[in-house]
Design a protein around this ligand. Structure first.
Ligand SMILES: [Zn+2]
Length: 616
């Protein structure tokens, strides 16, 4: 996932056309379909199966066999959807100027909307049958028993499933539900005019988000960073009312769905699917807010080391020491399996298979989607998009995405299709753990004082951006959604005030504030695309911190057990509720101590950094 990583996009190798990049650094989409004709055939097959599924309506009371038939057909549709979607979507992401790929991608989205309508009958019809009857069918059919968790979970959510008519109405709304986010994407990406500015030092720069972040992360001149900050934020100030109107669209949509399904709040609606108590988020926010002390200590330390009179949000990403070591892709690929040695040789071998499988798109090219992700293409190895630029951050991004890819490999192999996908709530555990193992590996090998400081800063910034910033974002989303739930107006001013007050609550007097930070919220993509998503980075981070401790400390027998439990978590995919799966792996997120562990970890790292700086 695309976090607010500092120091990203610096020292990029020169931009090459896609055709100039060696094939071994590009993903091979023919592993999904050999060409667009094969894709079209699969698309037609998917379309046909969707019609077949619609025709099964009214058949479920036929008993065990009828239910199994419908579930099996639904699995076939799901498997096809993965490949049909990702072939078009990955093709589009490698060059977003490709209108043909964009059109095909949209064609799939239209088909998905049709699939949602064609299957809207299923849940209400199944729920008409008493659970006791379905349980008796499952007891007598091994094939049907595979679906036990999924079926029982559906009955758990019964009170929030509408009748056939209601479900159809909601499914019809799916097409315009995405409009606020589509408009946000157009406004912030396709239609945005990036200003070209001359910075105080005389350097000219076109302030795309990437360039802007690169200046904050690499430009040692505070006046340049300040100017970049001011000019970059002017873009959002100029259209902030439009952003507020779009975000209001997101909030209203979420509240509409929550109310339509009978939830008391948008948060409850967002968490109920995974059976997560709202108290988990409320505790997370309370614990993080109570644990801002090491965060403020870190910023004060930074201010001192950087020798700044005033310390602003645009000073939080600049490195503490000069360090321009390159981490070439091939070197990191060679080292990454060694960093996970503690997880066993099978795990290492699987990782090498992915690294050498022609499923990673490594370098940037014109038109390519920014950021990084791992795409779980069912029936193939997971694909990975990177914009690798030889920096330490790029190396850690690779480690992060490899965590996702390994999770996919293990869960897809170990689970039946219905549970092959894992929830977001667990997803960021292996990715952050993979980063933590890579950090340990790098720290253990480093004999360069500067590199040690850089690594410690990297670890600390990881906690700041993956934990504190994400909890702050969650706090923001919760407060914004509550405006709508309480029937209060949503304006750019109100949204700006919430954001600004949060910055102050987290950072206290450790930073100097700029009025323009009032509009920073307008840019955050997750707010529009996936509400109530980012808190999971923080819970995952807390989980992985606790797992890391269990995997790397204590008696050998305890460690072996912890490793087995962890691999079981990855293999478990979505076969149970995430809180249950994490508990089995040794993590209890309902406990304040689990969250507190991150605060303590930051405290230790800041102390280490203080010592390293004193010695360096
Ligand atoms: Zn991620």
């Amino acid at each position: 996932m695309d976090l607010l990583k500092p120091a990203e996009a610096s020292a990029a190798p020169s931009l090459r056309e896609r055709g100039q990049i060696d094939d071994r650094f590009k993903w091979d989409l023919t592993k999904i379909y050999p060409d667009w004709n094969a894709w079209q055939t699969a698309y037609a097959e998917l379309d046909r199966k969707i019609d077949e599924f619609a025709a099964l309506r009214g058949s479920l009371d036929g008993g065990s066999k009828a239910l199994l038939g419908a579930l099996a057909l639904r699995d076939q549709i799901g498997q096809l959807e993965y490949k049909v979607w990702y072939f078009a979507s990955l093709c589009y992401d490698q060059d977003q100027r490709d209108n043909q790929a964009n059109a095909k991608r949209q064609q799939v989205q239209i088909l998905f909307a049709k699939a949602a309508q064609a299957s809207a009958w299923f849940d209400p019809e199944l729920l008409m049958i008493p659970l006791e009857d379905v349980r008796a069918w499952m007891d007598n059919s091994r094939e049907l028993a595979v679906y036990r968790f999924a079926i029982e979970d559906l009955y758990r959510q019964q009170e929030h499933v509408l009748d056939d008519k209601g479900e159809r109405l909601l499914s019809l709304s799916s097409r315009f539900s995405s409009a606020p986010n589509d408009a946000y994407a157009a406004l912030s990406t396709a239609d945005v005019k990036h200003p070209t500015v001359v910075l105080p030092s005389g350097v000219e720069s076109t302030l795309t988000y990437g360039q802007y972040r690169a200046i904050l992360a690499t430009n040692p001149n505070q006046a340049d960073r300040a100017a970049a900050f001011h000019e970059f934020h002017k873009v959002y100030e100029a259209t902030v009312n439009t952003y507020a109107a779009l975000y209001n669209g997101v909030l209203q949509r979420d509240w509409f769905h929550a109310q339509a399904r009978g939830y008391r709040s948008t948060l409850e609606a967002a968490l109920h699917g995974n059976n997560i108590p709202t108290a988990v988020v409320e505790n997370l926010i309370a614990q993080a807010k109570a644990g801002t002390d090491p965060l403020r200590r870190y910023h004060r330390l930074r201010k001192r080391i950087l020798g700044l009179e005033t310390y602003h949000s645009y000073d939080t990403a600049i490195p503490l020491v000069e360090f321009d070591r390159k981490y070439p892709y091939d070197d990191v690929v060679a080292g990454l399996p060694a960093s996970v040695a503690s997880l066993g040789s099978d795990y290492q071998r699987e990782m090498r298979d992915v690294l050498n499988g022609n499923v990673i798109d490594v370098y940037e090219n014109p038109g390519k989607r920014s950021g990084a992700y791992s795409a779980p293409v069912y029936g193939c190895q997971p694909f990975m998009l990177l914009n690798y630029n030889d920096t330490l951050d790029a190396a850690f991004t690779l480690a992060h995405e490899m965590g996702h890819s390994m999770h996919t490999v293990l869960s897809h192999r170990s689970q039946p299709f219905v549970y092959a996908g894992y929830t977001i709530f667990v997803a960021e555990v292996p990715s952050t753990l993979s980063e933590a193992l890579f950090l340990e590996y790098m720290l253990a090998r480093s004999n360069d004082e500067h590199e040690r400081i850089v690594l410690l800063q990297h670890a600390i910034d990881g906690i700041v951006t993956t934990f504190y910033t994400q909890v702050m974002f969650a706090d923001y989303e919760l407060q914004a959604h509550r405006l709508v739930e309480e029937g209060k107006p949503v304006t750019a001013d109100v949204l700006g005030d919430i954001y600004f007050a949060l910055l102050q609550a987290y950072h206290g007097d450790a930073i100097d504030y700029d009025e323009q930070s009032h509009v920073t919220w307008a840019r955050i993509p997750h707010f529009y695309s996936t509400p109530y998503y980012v808190y999971q980075y923080a819970t995952c981070f807390a989980s992985s911190a606790q797992l890391m401790k269990q995997l790397t400390s204590g008696a050998e027998a305890d460690r072996d057990e912890a490793i087995a439990r962890y691999l079981n978590l990855l293999k478990a995919g979505g076969s149970d509720h995430p809180m249950t799966l994490l508990k089995q792996a040794g993590v209890d997120l309902s406990q304040p101590e689990t969250v507190q562990a991150v605060v303590e970890q930051l405290d230790v790292l800041v102390t280490q950094l203080e010592h390293a700086v004193a010695e360096g």
